[in-house]
Design a protein around this ligand. Sequence first.
Ligand SMILES: CC[C@H](C(=O)O)C(=O)SCCNC(=O)CCNC(=O)[C@H](O)C(C)(C)COP(=O)(O)OP(=O)(O)OC[C@H]1O[C@@H](n2cnc3c(N)ncnc32)[C@H](O)[C@@H]1OP(=O)(O)O
Ligand SMILES: [Co+2]
Length: 134
Amino acid sequence: MIGRLNHLAIAVPDLEAAAATYRGVLGAKVSEAVPQPDHGVTVIFVELPNTKIELLHPLGDNSPIAAFLQKNAAGGIHHICYEVDDILAARDTLKAEGKRVLGDGEPKIGAHGKPVLFLHPKDFNGALVELEQA
Ligand SMILES: CC[C@H](C(=O)O)C(=O)SCCNC(=O)CCNC(=O)[C@H](O)C(C)(C)COP(=O)(O)OP(=O)(O)OC[C@H]1O[C@@H](n2cnc3c(N)ncnc32)[C@H](O)[C@@H]1OP(=O)(O)O
Ligand SMILES: [Co+2]
């Protein structure tokens, strides 16, 4: 089912400061900040040779990452995103196996313009998992 690692996401208290660190001392190629109101975050992508780092900051009043940042004031690794060939088939298989799909279970369009879903961290060894349609 799961394929490539699409990205690893880090929730950060200061998006531009985090971007400056990756662009500066770490010498990475870093995107501009892109608001994603449907997801309650603003994102910046750090391009790596073999994957991407997604820097996340809350956007709006009901951000799903607000509580995470309250608990982790300096920031922290937030989720891991795997690619799947068929996100609806993956969802149905996971649900049949008793894994919790977050939200209403319908994929939303993510930062790369592809459908994404999230799986409850408690079902995946404490790691919040995002699936993105390859
Ligand atoms: C533009 C889209 C972009 C993309 O890549 O395309 C994105 O990635 S958008 C990313 C932001 N969106 C989401 O994260 C959506 C899915 N997340 C959620 O629905 C929530 O964050 C949720 C339900 C995972 C947690 O929400 P919240 O923290 O408000 O709930 P609780 O405090 O009740 O937490 C429940 C339980 O889970 C633990 N937890 C929370 N977040 C994480 C995490 N990131 N990794 C691991 N564990 C997490 C939390 O500590 C609670 O555990 P407990 O032992 O009960 O304290
Ligand atoms: Co993501």
